[in-house]
Write a protein that binds this ligand. Structure first.
Ligand SMILES: [Zn+2]
Length: 260
């Protein structure tokens, strides 16, 4: 049986979707990723990871993958022609509409799998909005947690491999190498932030930024050492980690459920 929700026929919904089912909603992005990666990088990653997750854990955990959101909140790249960005309020409204549409299904849990760091804080807000207004149990996961949100970083990137850096470039060399131009991959790590203790990516003082605040190339990180092998390891680790996280989601219940 398919685990992609959109491939079901309407009468199948009653047969296969149950209270136990967990909906997976991937979020990609179509935005500039520097001179070496394609616009659809975050979409490729979120889609591939989500498909791998339903293949590996779909039966065990009763997962159904919804179709990915391709265009999301990429306004930090508004300066770049071809970056297609939704306003934060637009994306929030789209998520509200999505939740209203799936709330009548028997499934009670929805998991956002987010491939674009620029969506993270908005998706955290949406978790509570959807919980409050549609009664669903809501969860947010990342294929890999961005370094500015507590995820790992190599020493060379100083926690700043957040956009088109080593991790993301390796992932794309694994998934879609024909779309990557390693000749164009150059280091762009903002030296001015390296010595800051607080005002830095992931520091105790967040700051508003646009991706061209750090140079004309638009990426932030050091993709030069990226390899497909590294990407394959990252991909496998991400799928395993998401599987373990989804297992906890499957067992998760509120001590008192008043909303649903
Ligand atoms: Zn990205």
């Amino acid at each position: 049986m398919t685990r992609r929700f959109a491939e079901l026929r309407a009468p199948q919904v009653d047969e296969v979707v149950s209270e136990r089912s967990i909906l997976i909603q991937p979020f990609g992005a179509v935005e500039q990723h520097g001179p070496h990666l394609p616009f659809n990088t975050d979409l490729v990653v979120a889609d591939a990871i989500s498909r791998a997750v339903i293949t590996e854990f779909g039966e065990e955990l009763d997962l159904f993958m919804l179709e990915p959101f391709a265009y999301t909140k990429s306004n930090e790249h508004a300066w770049s022609p071809g970056s297609i960005w939704m306003n934060p309020t637009t994306l929030l409204a789209m998520i509200d509409d999505l939740a209203r549409s799936v709330a009548p299904l028997p499934a009670r849990k929805i998991v956002f799998i987010n491939g674009h760091g620029g969506n993270s804080s908005l998706l955290s807000v949406a978790l509570r909005e959807v919980r409050l207004h549609h009664g669903l149990m809501t969860f947010l996961m990342h294929p890999s947690v961005p370094p500015d949100q507590g995820g790992p970083s190599t020493e060379e990137e100083h926690g700043m491999g957040i956009h088109g850096g080593l991790g993301e470039t390796s992932m794309m060399l694994h998934l879609r190498p024909e779309l990557v131009d390693m000749q164009a991959a150059v280091r762009n790590v903002p030296a001015a932030l390296v010595d800051n203790e607080k005002v830095k990516f992931g520091g105790s003082v967040p700051f508003g930024w646009l991706s061209n605040d750090f140079g004309p190339d638009g990426h932030i990180g050091d993709p030069t050492g990226a390899t497909a092998e590294r990407g394959a390891r990252q991909f496998a680790a991400a799928v395993a980690n998401l599987g373990a996280s989804l297992r906890e989601v499957a067992a998760f219940e509120y001590p008192m459920e008043g909303g649903a």
